[in-house]
Design a binder for this molecule. Structure first.
Ligand SMILES: Cc1cc2nc3c(=O)[nH]c(=O)nc-3n(C[C@H](O)[C@H](O)[C@H](O)COP(=O)(O)OP(=O)(O)OC[C@H]3O[C@@H](n4cnc5c(N)ncnc54)[C@H](O)[C@@H]3O)c2cc1C
Length: 395
């Protein structure tokens, strides 16, 4: 069968790679930009974690981590994968109770997260401010990798399997037969038409626009998120875990011998990027954001302070749904949505690519129960349902 994927980010490229592993599938990926990675994938911090609050995200991450752990060895690629673990620090009782519940969910799904006192946590991150935290969750399964390198690896493997990766190919319409089944796409305003048995929408923050081409209304809001590379005053050890402070939302991880990567979201109003043009946001270093991030980081550990130097900054877009779950479903016959991944598409891409492959080739997801990833006819009511469908706490 012919499968056409829209979007050359981690989501689309992983699906292209995994579908192309099948002898009976011919894959074409269309990317509107002049190169893959035109969207947010190369802007991600590279964090890979299974510390979520809902079963579906814990399971997706577990499945993805299985691939990450041996990806380089199994496929001869380099993605700079490091299994350093993750720390989540909480400062008050309300956060503590939530974290305790989340750790319970994670443990119930076979994830070995432990709730530590701050002293014990500082054995994993020696600069941690132990006075600040009430408790810290530690997960040794987690880590990080290089999103750009992973994207290159996926596309290289897909090409080696015979997939076509077409850049400067903007899908401008979907072609449907009289029964409504999606049968292909129109590219660059009608310059070209490509037939397909399945079309996969992996257009990230443009996902709702692509879905609308099949008259499917899905709730995706593009939100701007920042990152920065800094030179801390004291080096964050290169084998240190990624640390998230759940009070301020700041997170950081080592980058190399000198630099650390800093991220987080601090503006309470959280303005939306123009949904008609998710690329329209200004990709400059926002100094107010950088100052807030630095200040927040300095409160968590002794690596950061007044003399920390900002080396560079950037921003990208999260594609967010109301329940904070992605949408992975065959919304119209022949048309699979794989969008709304918020801050997780990179880390979970090995799993989502596999699930899309299962939906296309076997008619349904087999590896993970994806009921919570389906909408109710385009409406995202999942956040209002009880666990396991309730909104995930962490984006
Ligand atoms: C600062 C920051 C830090 C982050 N940190 C992490 C992290 O630690 N871990 C993690 O997992 N995630 C993280 N993320 C989130 C992650 O970057 C996104 O979830 C991920 O990149 C989305 O991947 P995607 O492939 O779904 O979308 P994208 O990478 O945005 O790709 C979508 C692609 O579709 C193409 N496209 C759109 N419309 C069309 C069309 N009509 N025709 C053809 N092509 C089209 C676009 O050009 C784009 O290349 C972070 C994001 C930011 C901004």
């Amino acid at each position: 069968m012919d499968v056409l994927i829209i979007g050359g980010g981690a989501t689309g490229a992983s699906a292209a790679w995994q579908l192309s592993e099948r002898d009976d599938v011919d894959v074409t990926l269309c990317e509107q930009g002049g190169n893959v990675g035109h969207g947010s994938t190369p802007r991600a911090a590279g964090g890979i974690r299974s510390m979520y609050s809902t079963p579906v995200h814990v399971e997706l991450s577990k499945l993805a981590i299985e691939t990450w752990q041996t990806f380089e060895e199994d496929y001869g690629v380099e993605v700079d994968y490091k299994n350093t673990g993750y720390l989540f620090g909480v400062t008050n009782r309300t956060q503590y109770e939530q974290l305790r519940q989340d750790v319970w969910v994670q443990n119930n799904h076979g994830v070995p997260t432990e709730l530590l006192d701050p002293e014990a946590a500082s054995e994993h991150l020696d600069g941690l401010d132990t006075d600040r935290y009430m408790a810290v969750a530690w997960n040794p399964m987690d880590g990080f990798a290089d999103p750009h390198a992973a994207l290159m690896a996926y596309t290289r493997l897909a090409r080696e399997n015979g997939a076509q990766i077409l850049t400067d190919h903007e899908v401008t319409d979907l072609r449907q037969d009289p029964t409504g089944r999606v049968r292909g796409v129109e590219v660059n305003g009608g310059e070209k038409e490509l037939d397909a048995d399945y079309v996969v929408n992996a257009a990230g923050p443009w996902g709702h626009r692509v879905a609308a081409m099949a008259d499917v209304e899905i709730p995706i809001t593009p939100k701007k998120r920042h990152g920065a590379m800094v030179e801390p005053e004291r080096q964050v050890p290169t084998d240190a875990p990624l640390h998230i402070d759940l009070d301020s939302g700041v997170y950081y991880r080592p980058w190399d011998e000198e630099q650390a990567l800093l991220g987080g979201h601090f503006q309470p109003d959280d303005p939306t990027v123009d949904p008609d043009d998710p690329n329209s946001y200004e990709d400059t270093t926002d100094m107010d954001w950088a100052a807030a991030a630095m200040e927040a980081a300095a409160e968590t550990a002794d690596y950061f302070g007044m003399d920390t130097r900002i080396v560079r900054g950037w921003s990208g877009v999260y594609a967010i749904t109301p329940s904070n779950h992605p949408i992975i479903e065959e919304s119209v016959p022949g048309f699979v949505n794989d969008v709304g991944h918020s801050g997780r598409a990179f880390m979970q891409s090995p799993a989502t690519g596999r699930i899309v492959t299962e939906i296309v080739t076997e008619g349904e997801a087999k590896s993970v129960d994806t009921t919570a990833l389906r909408t109710d006819d385009g409406k995202d009511t999942r956040g209002m349902l009880p666990i396991p469908y309730t909104a995930d706490m962490y984006d």
